[in-house]
Design a protein around this ligand. Structure first.
Ligand SMILES: Cc1cc2nc3c(=O)[nH]c(=O)nc-3n(C[C@H](O)[C@H](O)[C@H](O)COP(=O)(O)OP(=O)(O)OC[C@H]3O[C@@H](n4cnc5c(N)ncnc54)[C@H](O)[C@@H]3O)c2cc1C
Length: 445
């Protein structure tokens, strides 16, 4: 069968608009399917494309920061989202924030005005009759029809509908004189976990702070009845200090190297990656506000100055178990014509979703043109973000992530945090320049 001459993109959010724009910039005609205004998800309200459903911030503006660098790379790839964001920014200190109405209106007018893009205001609800490359970008609140199509390919375990996220902190920010490489029942040598030890008095102060801390409000469409096996840490704390000390903070099988005795309670951190640049606070999924997480979790010994690579959260989010469900180019295994884009791939945030969308559009266009698919350089911000979706180097279960320096390849040796960040930036920029000069190359990975 002759492949279709038009690329179909499902979902006119941040990722879908980028994918459509990128493919059209490569000369490919695109049909962009957007179900609004016929149907709205519980969080979408405006008929415009690329709607920002919550905050109006694209986070740090400075390219010295991981998300700032990602934005710089997006601009160099001709991002339509960055173009509209820069043109409609509002003063926000060191962040790039936008007038959300003008921003979405600008994206809508750019995308609708592109001579190669046709926007169809209709739900994408079935696979096209003629097989050919397509991009699926239905977002974290994808319609039932879209999730049904995807789940039929991945099986029920391949798609999650809720995030119960424990915070992730960077390895460099931990005080290793107060937190130790110890596992339960470990007899000798170093353990795989980092363990923090609480004496009774400190634990009770921590418990009191946790029960009094501010929580983020649930949105009307988010069910607050939690799974008993995955309760937010503050909900467990509200049942009394013993619930924690006999639950996620139990000290069994542990001896504190500081006292030579079993502690009153303990917190364990699990590696997020082989490099040990990111650590997950085990069992600390939470709905506390970000400010409260900083205040309370920095009471954990060794975490006094910890830097959050990801805050804990509990919210509705449709996402794939990317390392098992997607190939290296974010195509559905078993349906390789379907390029997945945006938050549903397991990246998290406006900027990240848009950035990954550019890449899905690039590869879908390549598939249409019959040229090899490609990946951004591993050391770049975009390459580091996409590497999070891969199984290589992963430890522990997959959970969505923002872009952060912990995902970048670590520089050799143990370096002070600032120096390590500087070297990562340097490596990212050094990899990006030759890549941009030769965009048609095969993967530099
Ligand atoms: C409640 C909530 C609050 C959030 N707050 C923030 C925040 O403050 N900051 C941040 O950075 N990120 C936030 N996020 C995450 C953010 O929404 C995403 O990172 C980003 O919008 C994802 O971009 P996307 O293009 O993948 O999906 P979306 O932007 O959601 O776009 C998906 C689009 O697809 C359309 N669609 C869905 N199904 C179909 C279908 N079958 N056919 C046709 N069209 C379809 C939808 O109408 C929508 O327009 C939040 C998410 C939620 C759910």
């Amino acid at each position: 069968m002759t492949p279709p001459a038009v690329l179909q993109v499902a979902g006119g959010g941040l990722a879908g608009c980028e994918a459509a724009w990128r493919a059209a910039s490569r000369g490919i005609p695109v049909i962009l399917w957007e179900m609004k205004p016929d149907r709205f998800s519980p969080a979408h309200k405006s008929p415009d494309l690329a709607e920002l459903v919550c905050s109006n911030s694209f986070r740090a503006a400075s390219p010295e920061n991981a998300v700032g660098l990602l934005k710089e790379e997006m601009r160099s790839l001709g991002s339509v989202i960055m173009r509209a964001a820069d043109a409609n920014s509002v003063p926000a200190g060191r962040a790039l924030a936008v007038d959300r109405v003008l921003f979405s209106r600008a994206v809508t007018s750019l995308v609708e005005g592109h001579p190669l893009i046709e926007v169809r205001r209709k739900e994408f609800s079935r696979w096209p009759a003629v097989k050919g490359p397509l991009v699926l970008a239905p977002g974290p609140l994808a319609s039932e029809a879209a999730t049904g199509l995807i789940a039929a390919e991945t099986g029920s375990g391949g798609l999650s509908f809720y995030d119960a996220l424990a915070p992730i902190v960077t390895g460099e920010s931990l005080d290793r004189s107060r937190i130790f490489a110890r596992d339960r029942y470990q007899e000798e040598g170093e353990g795989d976990h980092l363990t923090a030890f609480f004496e009774k008095e400190d634990f009770l102060a921590f418990h009191a702070a946790l029960t009094e801390a501010d929580r983020a409000a649930a949105r009307p469409f988010e069910d607050e009845s939690y799974f008993e096996g995955c309760l937010p840490i503050e909900v467990m704390a509200a049942r009394g200090p013993r619930t924690l000390a006999f639950g996620p903070m139990k000290p069994v099988g542990l001896v504190s190297p500081l006292t030579g005795r079993r502690p009153y309670a303990a917190v364990q951190l699990r590696r997020e990656n082989l490099a040990g640049t990111l650590w997950n606070i085990v069992g600390f999924q939470t709905r506390l506000t970000r400010g409260a997480q900083e205040k309370v979790f920095r009471m954990i010994p060794g975490l006094e100055r910890c830097e959050f690579a990801r805050y804990g959260a509990i919210h509705r989010n449709t996402y794939l178990a990317a390392p098992e469900a997607l190939d290296p180019f974010q195509r559905l295994l078993g349906r390789p014509e379907a390029f997945m884009a945006g938050q549903i791939t397991g990246v998290e945030g406006y900027v990240e979703s848009a950035a990954q969308g550019i890449w899905a559009g690039e590869n879908a266009a390549r598939a249409m043109l019959g040229i090899p698919l490609t990946m951004p350089p591993r050391a770049s911000a975009l390459g580091s973000l996409i590497s999070h979706l891969r199984p290589e180097g992963r430890r522990g279960p997959f959970a969505p992530s923002n872009v952060n320096f912990g995902l970048f390849p670590p520089p050799p040796g143990r370096l002070p945090k600032k120096e390590a960040a500087r070297l990562r930036l340097e490596a990212a920029r050094a990899s990006w320049a030759p890549f941009r000069e030769n965009e048609n190359h095969a993967a530099i990975w």
